[in-house]
Design a protein around this ligand. Structure first.
Ligand SMILES: Nc1ncnc2c1ncn2[C@@H]1O[C@H](COP(=O)(O)OP(=O)(O)O)[C@@H](O)[C@H]1O
Ligand SMILES: O=P(O)(O)OC[C@H](O)CO
Length: 496
């Protein structure tokens, strides 16, 4: 069935768009990347340019093919993976977005959330969507756009507007406006999908004031949806998967069995545990989400979402200019053996799992006259690890499964100091795979299954190898004391 030599993964993340070629052995043979600018028009708001996201996708696909002398015929299929929840609303006739993309981190729909809460919708929403009422999710962002962009409501009612998460926006563009589709994993992040019935929920749409005509068709995670316009890349390529980036990483880490979990350290930090065919309900602020649908089989996951992880390192670099590059954070943090009582709570856009407090903002504690840049940089790195411990504790409590090793991936896992501290603060070994681009691999694998590039999950699992295992070396007393300090810092930030 397969004719191509490579799978192409298009990884559209919060801070960059990347195209990667993956060969039959599961190795990434080429990467092209373009960084993206975000804007922060008001405190707590985060927006992106949807047109720039699309053009960056065309650039990286063209570049990865060109730089490696590969034609579109040599590509067996494209797997798209994307930052989730980020919302684009555009005019179906002109293709023009009516507003910048509202990024997943953005808090501008906090008032919509207050209203939904005050109307007593929390329990129903939780039950149907597996999610909570929070500005994080697309549905409240669409409601906000329809309420705040002049003329949007009328256009939406007339059927002239389309909604999409980034997968939908890219597929619509790649197919010249022929396909308006999404996959179940992305749809399950919108607050509009009933995750048990696998369809848009009319009552939820009514609650949010979103006309059904705006919504894409919901498809499986691994299937050929259509083909790219031939003129874009020198010939058509099959679009064979769309998948939310965190679910993609779960797949890329071969967490196929119930109870297998991974943690991805990118802009945010997301821990997902496969729960098989059961949509497991959390009582501690985890989300229940669809992992993927393959050959008609839906699988679910529990998720802990941390809004600010690598973004805090970018803040050190761009906001405070304390470091010259993200990787320099390791060298500077290593100048001190400990953060000496300094804690940074990077709640720039509120707190996600397990707190879900949209109005909390960041804070720093424990500063003395002796505090230096390296203490602060170290405390920021440590905050990624503490937030992960917050999530892991509730993941174990809600799933009833003890995590004996944590599989990690994402941009920040190249930081050895962070990985060692992570293992220490969890008291659990941390396993870093040789191929750290688990998100892109997951998309390539899912698309590869759809076009017969790989036979099955067993073939995929055999391609995953651990590069380095970080073992805990800290004593339990030190671990408990440090973590107690973090919990105190979070409580203080929440009280501010
Ligand atoms: N060596 C490092 N130490 C700490 N953080 C890092 C390091 N390298 C990259 N990062 C962080 O990782 C993030 C980029 O990871 P990536 O997985 O590409 O994110 P995304 O998909 O969210 O755009 C950035 O926020 C960056 O600050
Ligand atoms: O851009 P990332 O990789 O941090 O992912 C963002 C998440 O999908 C948001 O839910």
């Amino acid at each position: 069935m397969t004719v191509g030599t490579y799978m192409l993964a298009l990884d559209q993340g919060t801070t960059s768009t990347r195209a990667l070629l993956v060969d039959h052995s599961g190795s990434i043979v080429a990467i092209a990347r373009e960084d993206l600018a975000l804007s922060y028009p008001q405190p707590g708001w985060v927006e992106a340019d949807a047109a720039q996201i699309w053009t960056s996708a065309t650039h990286v696909i063209r570049n990865v093919l060109k730089e490696h002398g590969i034609s579109s015929e040599q590509v067996a299929g494209i797997g798209i993976t994307n930052q989730r929840e980020t919302t684009v609303v555009w005019n179906r006739h002109t293709g023009e977005p009516i507003h910048p993309a509202v990024v997943w981190q953005s808090r501008q729909s906090a008032d919509v959330c207050e209203r939904l809460r005050s109307l007593g919708y929390a329990e129903g929403i939780r039950e149907r969507t597996g999610l909570l009422i929070d500005p994080y999710f697309s549905g409240t962002k669409v409601a906000w756009l329809l309420e705040h962009v002049a003329g949007a409501r009328e256009l939406a009612e007339a059927g002239d507007l389309l909604f999409g998460t980034i997968d939908t926006w890219l597929i619509w563009q790649l197919t010249g406006g022929q396909l308006h589709v999404t996959d179940v994993s992305n749809a399950s992040r919108t607050l509009m999908l009933n995750i048990h019935e696998r369809q848009w929920d009319e009552q939820l749409l009514e609650m949010l004031g979103v006309p059904a005509s705006m919504l894409p068709e919901v498809r499986a995670t691994s299937e050929v949806y259509g083909y790219t316009q031939p003129e874009l890349f020198g010939g058509p390529m099959a679009i064979a998967s769309a998948v939310g980036d965190q679910q993609a990483a779960l797949f890329g880490q071969a967490c196929f069995r119930e109870g297998e979990a991974k943690n991805t350290y990118g802009t945010g930090c997301f821990m997902l545990m496969n729960t098989g065919q059961h949509a497991k309900r959390s009582i501690n602020g985890l989300l229940t989400t669809i992992a993927w649908e393959i050959e008609g089989q839906l699988e679910y996951a529990l998720e802990g979402s941390v809004f600010v992880a690598g973004a805090a390192i970018q803040w050190l670099r761009d906001g405070l200019q304390m470091i010259g590059s993200a990787s320099e954070s390791e060298e500077i943090a290593a100048q001190t053996e400990s953060s000496e009582g300094v804690y940074v709570v990077p709640a720039f856009v509120g707190l996600g799992t397990p707190y879900w407090m949209s109005y909390v903002r960041g804070a720093m504690f424990g500063i003395t006259r002796g505090t230096t840049k390296s203490h602060i940089v170290r405390a920021v790195l440590e905050s990624l690890a503490y937030q992960t411990r917050d999530v892991l504790s509730v993941m174990e409590a809600d799933s009833g499964i003890t995590v004996h090793r944590l599989a990690v991936d994402g941009g920040a896992v190249s930081n050895d100091l962070l990985m060692q501290f992570q293992s220490d603060v969890l008291g659990v070994p941390v396993e870093r795979p040789d191929e750290r681009e688990a998100t892109a691999l997951g998309a390539a694998f899912l698309a590869g299954l759809a076009v017969g590039f790989w036979k099955d999950k067993a073939a995929i699992r055999s391609m995953r190898h651990v590069e380095r295992k970080f073992e805990p070396t800290m004593t339990e007393d030190v671990r408990s004391e440090l973590y107690a300090g973090w919990q105190k810092a979070v409580r203080a930030a929440m009280a501010f």
